[in-house]
Design a protein. Sequence first.
Length: 285
Amino acid sequence: MKDTVRLFFRFVLVTLGALLIALNLNTFVHTAGLLPGGFTGISLLLQEVFLKFLHVRIPFVVFYWALNLVPAVMCFRYVGKRFTLLSVWAIIASGLFTDLIPGLPVTDEVMLCTIFGGIVSGGAISLCLLAGATSGGTDLISIYVSEKTGRSIWNEIFMFNVVILAVFGLLFGWSRALYSIIFQFVSTQILNTLYKRYQKSTLLIITEKTDDIVRMIREVTGHDATLFTGNGCYQGAERKMLYTVVSADEEEKLLRSIKKIDPSAFVNILQTKMLKGNFIMKKQD
């Protein structure tokens, strides 16, 4: 029952993310003539190419669904089945919503559309990611690579999108392309801020309840810890310190649990820039 409720909640979040993606496209992106990154941008670019050079208007979903087919199959085989099925729903829903739902008359100011469109885009994609899915396209590829390497590649995806936007600039003008790069940059920064699964944090925990805290770390993260002993310089008493590395999105939950077990624990959380060794993450379901 609990698993069913959780799955339904994930479905609702993904649907909300897909709705925001569609509203963003029809409100900010189309108003400012922007081109978002990833397969969404490629689909819109192909739409414009067919319309400008062949005078044929092809629905957005035709290109968008076709481009997402191969990444979806890869993720179904190598990442997770529920993860992929929810992602496929996000792809289907965002495509349909884009073709069916009109945009909102918010503003005609290009820079405002660029900045707030990027914020909404990053927030919508983050909703899908936090629900254990993606919005499709290069996000599927990014999660596939991140699951294999254990690191975030959003910045690399941003550079790939810049290449797409350079082609867009050559065909349709550099002004729209440069605004689109700003849009994509804002979206990427929002993603890096909200979604931290592939970022690492190091926890240094000084506590007398080491056994209870190690047990909790194993249950919550699947990771272990290393115990150090030493002397506190202030009182000269023996102290115990646990050292562990976890995904950054788990640190707040761990901190709350540590404080419940030992309210007097001293915890130092450090951002881990680079990690070498066998760091095993929980798989996507």
